[in-house]
Write a protein that binds this ligand. Structure first.
Ligand SMILES: O=C(O)CCC(=O)C(=O)O
Length: 258
């Protein structure tokens, strides 16, 4: 077992409930490094100096109609754009745990920062992440990191425990690409997290995030990983062809100790 492994109780929670939260995984320095990417994005947008990749993703910023200024809600692909981000999210602290959950060959699928500005951060309705790229068959995982503390007031996640066992549920283009919430019987549970806590979330687990009604922003870093080379017939062209990890460091260490 690596010192970065999930405990047996965390593993059991993930398997049973479709998610688990590990407290204080990200250091203060890592939090500051991720925050600086949001600050950089805000300055770029304010100065009208946005890179090409940003211009192709119009969800990155938008005009706030209440005060006619530009607000950043999403920073796309930080893994591709920031060496520091890449180093945090390909470190053993994260990948040893990801390996336990999806297997030893690990590829980046996608990454983003989601910012909910004070008072105007919107609710993200209930959905399963796999519904956004449902032609991908390889085991996958979402790693959701609280960069600010996430509370019911500023937009923490809500999760329906054990919903990953239901398989993929139909999604529709309503307020968002989402499940019709009236069809769900089970209640979502709020999961407050402190800055630096990390949630490992099955891509079939139904979740949402609350609106930000507070005076504090809420920043999260979200990284998805998958565990096999992309198939040629896959529509979804997310992710990299080069693995972040090619063989099991955990099993190699285990063998050494046998
Ligand atoms: O961070 C959030 O607000 C939730 C985002 C989310 O669930 C998603 O992007 O799939």
């Amino acid at each position: 077992m690596s010192s970065y492994s999930l405990t047996s109780s965390e593993l059991a929670t993930y398997q049973n409930d479709g998610f688990c939260v590990v407290a204080s995984l990200l250091s203060v320095d890592a939090l500051a490094a991720v925050y600086s990417l949001l600050d950089e994005a805000k300055s770029l947008v304010a100065r009208g100096e946005v890179s090409k990749s940003w211009q192709t993703d119009m969800t990155a910023w938008e005009r706030d109609l209440t005060c006619d200024s530009l607000i950043v809600r999403k920073v796309p692909a930080p893994f591709e754009h920031s060496e520091q981000f890449r180093s945090i999210f390909s470190s053993p602290v994260i990948l040893d745990r990801v390996e336990q959950l999806i297997g030893s060959e690990i590829f980046l699928h996608s990454s983003k920062l989601i910012f909910k500005p004070p008072q105007i951060g919107r609710r993200k309705p209930l959905h399963q992440d796999l519904a956004y790229w449902d032609d991908m068959q390889a085991p996958q995982i979402t790693v959701w990191c609280a960069i600010d503390s996430a509370t019911p007031e500023n937009g923490c996640l809500e999760v329906i425990p054990r919903s990953h066992k239901k398989g993929l549920i139909p999604h529709a283009d309503l307020e968002d690409w989402q499940i019709n919430e009236h069809t769900l019987e089970d209640k979502a549970v709020c999961i407050p997290m402190n800055a630096g806590d990390v949630m490992f979330l099955d891509v079939l687990t139904i979740h949402a995030s609350l609106a930000n009604r507070s005076n504090c922003g809420r920043l999260a870093a979200i990284v998805n990983y998958y565990s096999e080379p992309r198939r040629s017939d896959q529509r979804s062209k997310y992710g990299s062809e080069t693995p972040l990890r090619t063989r099991s460091l955990l099993s190699a260490k285990a063998l050494l100790h046998d």
